[in-house]
Design a binder for this molecule. Structure first.
Ligand SMILES: C=CC1=C(C)c2cc3[nH]c(cc4nc(cc5[nH]c(cc1n2)c(C)c5CCC(=O)O)C(CCC(=O)O)=C4C)c(C)c3C=C
Ligand SMILES: [Fe+2]
Ligand SMILES: [Fe+2]
Length: 339
C-alpha cells in the first residue's frame, strides 16, 4: 500500500437537525439528476417549491429523534469505520460524503497532506449494490472532483460488492447472533428506488421488469440492476445462515412521491405480516452499511410501531455492519484485490 490512500465514501447527512440545514441538504440531494431524474427546471420547481418546504421540517424532526451527541449517526459511524480501518492498513484512510460534508476535495487533500507523493486513491463506496441514485452518483462525483482539481494520482473505484464473499461473510456474522432468539421471520428491507430507474439502467433495454422473474434470469443487465443485486444478497446471505426459504423475504422502503417504486413496500409488508401469523420479526437492512435515518427512524421507530400496531409481538432491527470487525476485514480484502 505504498503511496496509496483510501477514501470511504458515504451518502452524507445534514450538518445539524436545524430545519435550515436539513433543507440545504435535501436541496443538494434531491437536485441530483441521478436521484430525481426529470428535466432540471421541473426538478428545481418540484424540489424548491414542493418537496423541500414540506419535507424539511418533517425530516428535521425525524433527524432530531435519532441524532447523537457527537452528530449524525451516519457520519459518526463512518468516522468510526475510518478509525477501525486505519488500524488495519498502513495507507491513510479518509472519508467523504456525496452530499454535505466532508467534501471529496477535502478527503483527497487530506491524503495528499499525509502522502505528498500519492500515486493512487482507492474509493470505497459505502453502498454494496449498484443504483443510479447511490453507487453511481457517488462514484461519478468522486471522479468529477478528481478531474476538476487535476490531481496527479490515479483513482481506483471498488465495484459493487453485493456478492463478494468477504462482504457476505461480514453480513452473515452480523446477523447470526440474532437468529439465536426465537423468531418467525427475517425481513431484508432495502432502500427503494423508482421502477423507472431500474428500466433506465437496463443495458440490454429488454430485461429488467420486462422478463418474468427478471432478477432470477441471467442477464448482462444485472451488472447495473439494483433489484437483482438486492435479491442476490438476500438469497446468498440467507443460504449462508441456513435460513429456510419460508422464513425470510425482502422488501423495499423509503418511497418518496407518487411514482411506482420497487415492490413489495416494507411498510405494507409490516402491516400484512402479523395477519399471516408472523408475530416475531427480525429486520436487516443490507443496503446501508452504516446505521442512519432510514434504519434508526424509519425501521426501528416507525416500522416497529406499524408492525406492533398491526398485531406483531416482537420486532428486532439488526444493526448495520457499522464497525463490525468482519466488515473491516472485508474492506481490507476488497481494497487489496483492487490494487
Ligand atoms: C427520489 C428520492 C430518493 C432515492 C431514489 C433514494 C435512493 C437511495 N438512498 C439511499 C440511501 C440513503 N438515503 C437516505 C435518506 C434519504 N433518501 C431520500 C430520497 C431518495 N433516496 C431522502 C429525501 C432522504 C433524506 C431523509 C428524508 O427526508 O427522508 C439515507 C440516510 C441519510 C442520513 O442522514 O441518515 C441513506 C443512507 C440509497 C442506498 C438509495 C438507492 C439505492
Ligand atoms: Fe435515500
Ligand atoms: Fe431484475
Amino acid at each position: 500500500m505504498h503511496k496509496k490512500g483510501i477514501v470511504l465514501m458515504n451518502l452524507g447527512s445534514p450538518d445539524s437537525t436545524a430545519v435550515k440545514d436539513v433543507r440545504r441538504y435535501l436541496n443538494e440531494f434531491l437536485m441530483d439528476e441521478r436521484v430525481i431524474d426529470i428535466p432540471k427546471l421541473l426538478r428545481f420547481l418540484l424540489v424548491r417549491g414542493i418537496i423541500s418546504p414540506f419535507r424539511a421540517p418533517k425530516s428535521a424532526k425525524a433527524y432530531k429523534s435519532i441524532w447523537w451527541e457527537e452528530g449524525s449517526p451516519l457520519i459518526v459511524l463512518t468516522q468510526q469505520l475510518q478509525a477501525a480501518l486505519q488500524h488495519a492498513v498502513t495507507a491513510p484512510v479518509t472519508i467523504a460524503m456525496r452530499y454535505g460534508n466532508p467534501h471529496p476535495k477535502k478527503a483527497y487533500d487530506e491524503l495528499l497532506a499525509k502522502v505528498p507523493e500519492l500515486e493512487e486513491v482507492i474509493v470505497v463506496p459505502l453502498y454494496p449494490h449498484y443504483a443510479m441514485s447511490s453507487y453511481e452518483t457517488a462514484v461519478e462525483y468522486a471522479k468529477e472532483i478528481h478531474a476538476q482539481e487535476n490531481y496527479a494520482f490515479k483513482l481506483t473505484i471498488l465495484p459493487p460488492y453485493y456478492k463478494h464473499e468477504s462482504y457476505l461473510d461480514a453480513l452473515a456474522s452480523s446477523i447470526q447472533p440474532y437468529l439465536n432468539e426465537e423468531y418467525d421471520h427475517i425481513l431484508f428491507s432495502y432502500h427503494g428506488v423508482p421502477e423507472r430507474h431500474i428500466r433506465k439502467g437496463d443495458t440490454t433495454g429488454c430485461h429488467c421488469l420486462k422478463v418474468d422473474n427478471c432478477c432470477e434470469v441471467d442477464s448482462p443487465a444485472h451488472a447495473q440492476c439494483y433489484r437483482h443485486q438486492c435479491v442476490t444478497t438476500t438469497h446468498l446471505v440467507a443460504g449462508m445462515l441456513g435460513i429456510p426459504k419460508e422464513k425470510y423475504s425482502f422488501s423495499f422502503q423509503s418511497r418518496l412521491g407518487q411514482d411506482e417504486w420497487l415492490k413489495p413496500y416494507t411498510a405494507k409488508r409490516l402491516e400484512e405480516m402479523p395477519k399471516e401469523g408472523i408475530k416475531k420479526l427480525l429486520v436487516a437492512c443490507p443496503a446501508f452499511v452504516s446505521d442512519c435515518l432510514e434504519t434508526l427512524e424509519e425501521i426501528a421507530e416507525e416500522g416497529k410501531e406499524e408492525f406492533i400496531h398491526a398485531g406483531g409481538e416482537s420486532f428486532t432491527m439488526i444493526p448495520c455492519l457499522n464497525v463490525h470487525p468482519k466488515w473491516v476485514e472485508a474492506i481490507v480484502d476488497m481494497v487489496e484485490e483492487a490494487v
